[in-house]
Every structure is written in C-alpha cells, then in structure tokens.
Write a new protein. Structure first.
Length: 251
C-alpha cells in the first residue's frame, strides 16, 4: 500500500467526506451492475460520529476509502458494510487494509459478536477469508428485517425474494469468535513429527482452497442468473397466454 495513505478510525472531523462517500458508493454499484444498501450522507455522518467507521485518506487530506460497522439482533451479529475505495486508489492494497482495520475495530467494540458479510466481489471474499471468515448459508446470518430491507436497492433483490431469502448472487461469509477460538486451540496442538512434518488436529483451512471456491462462486452466480432469466421468460409467456385467452373469451 502507498505510504502516503493513512487508514484509521474515522473521527467527527471526517464528516465532510460523507457526500463524496455516498456518491461514490452509488456510482460504483451502478458500474458493477450490482447493488448495495443505499445510505444517505446523514447515515454516514452518524456512523462516523458514533466511532463505527474506518476511513483512508492521503497525508494531504484527500479521501481514499471508507467502511462502517452495523450491529444487528442486540449485537449478536455485526456487519462491516459499505466498503468503498476512490477509483484512483483501487488496486493499491488499500481495500485490504481498510477491511483489516474495520475488522479490528469490530472485534474491539463487539468481541462476542459474529461478523458477517454479503458480497459478489471475489476480491472482498479473498480479503474476508484471510481474516478468518468462512462461507456459510444465508440461514446462518441475522434474521433482523432491517438488515434485509437494505437489499431492496440491489438489482438482484427479486432473485433473493424468489429464493425465499435462502440464496442470491452474493456469497455469505461469517467470522464466528467461538469457532475461531476453537481453531486456535486446535492449532496450538500442532506437533512436529520426528520426520519433520507438521501434524495438525484440524480441518484443512478454507483459505487454502480459495481458487476452487472462486470457481464455485462463478458457477453459482451463472446458474442463479440463468434460472432467473428462464423464470422471467416463463412468467412473460404465461402473461401473454393469459391475455390472449382473456381476449378470446370476451371476443
């Protein structure tokens, strides 16, 4: 990452970036053809003032990136949402550093909460996997209706509804502090055999299989989109057929 970029917890002095941040969120979602929960500048200001946001800026004060924290179900679940990086600073490693900082902030503020995320971006999935997230089913996420309302602004919302909120184009990932503690305990049991090999009493790490997972994600998205288009065509055909039969009946 560029040494000229500083990634830190946002402070009230950063609220003047709110308009820029929300504008770039909307533009980025539009360019990707996907959606994120639309947030107003006032909402971003609130998160900054609550100390629940991480911001990246250059040493001369230029905005670079942003991410914020949301808590659900009485702080049982936490989401690191709205990750956005200004176009000139993309592919510099700053997104990874922002994710790390907001993850650390989440663990500090909500040490017992499960941290989850929904994303279509493979780069974000890779960052999440490096932080200890695992892919999970949607049923393992929060059931808080306020969270799911945020998906209404997404272009894929109809797919989510059609799938009974059990699947969509996004991949669900979760960091469970209890499971993480168990993994670390198992890792502590690692021993070195006389042959010099490591024996680890744990399952193979997910992040070691990320390339395979990446192919699975692309396949899942392809199947979902194909199925959705097929269903849409069937609905249109049924509608035309119904209109034609109604015409014949009244004729």
């Amino acid at each position: 990452m560029d040494n000229n970029i500083i990634v830190r917890a946002a402070t009230p002095d950063d609220v003047h970036f709110a308009e820029t941040i929300t504008t770039e969120m909307a533009e980025s979602a539009k360019a990707r053809g996907t959606g994120i929960a639309q947030r107003s500048p006032d909402y971003v200001r609130m998160k900054i003032n609550e100390g629940k946001a991480v911001i990246a800026v250059t040493k001369d004060g230029t905005w670079v990136g942003f991410c914020y924290i949301e808590a659900w179900e009485h702080e049982k679940y936490v989401a690191n949402s709205g990750l956005i990086v200004s176009p000139p600073f993309r592919k510099t490693g700053v997104a990874t550093e922002i994710k790390r900082k907001v993850f650390e902030l989440s663990r500090k503020k909500y040490p017992e909460s499960k941290i989850f995320g929904l994303t279509t971006g493979l780069a974000v999935m890779k960052i999440n996997s490096d932080l200890g997230y695992e892919p999970v089913t949607y049923s393992e996420l929060t059931t808080d209706e306020e969270f799911w309302k945020g998906c209404r602004s997404c272009v894929n919302y109809e797919i989510l509804v059609a799938k009974g909120r059990k699947n969509c184009m996004c991949t669900a990932m979760l960091f469970d502090p209890v499971e993480d503690a168990k993994k670390k305990a198992e890792l502590a049991k690692t021993v070195v055999t006389p042959e010099g090999n490591l024996e680890q009493h744990k399952k193979r790490e997910f992040k070691g299989n990320f390339k395979l997972f990446e192919r699975w994600v692309r396949f899942k998205q392809f199947v979902l989109l194909k199925s959705w288009k097929k269903q849409q065509k069937q609905n249109e055909d049924d509608k035309k057929k119904s209109s034609f039969l109604s015409f014949l009946y009244f004729w």
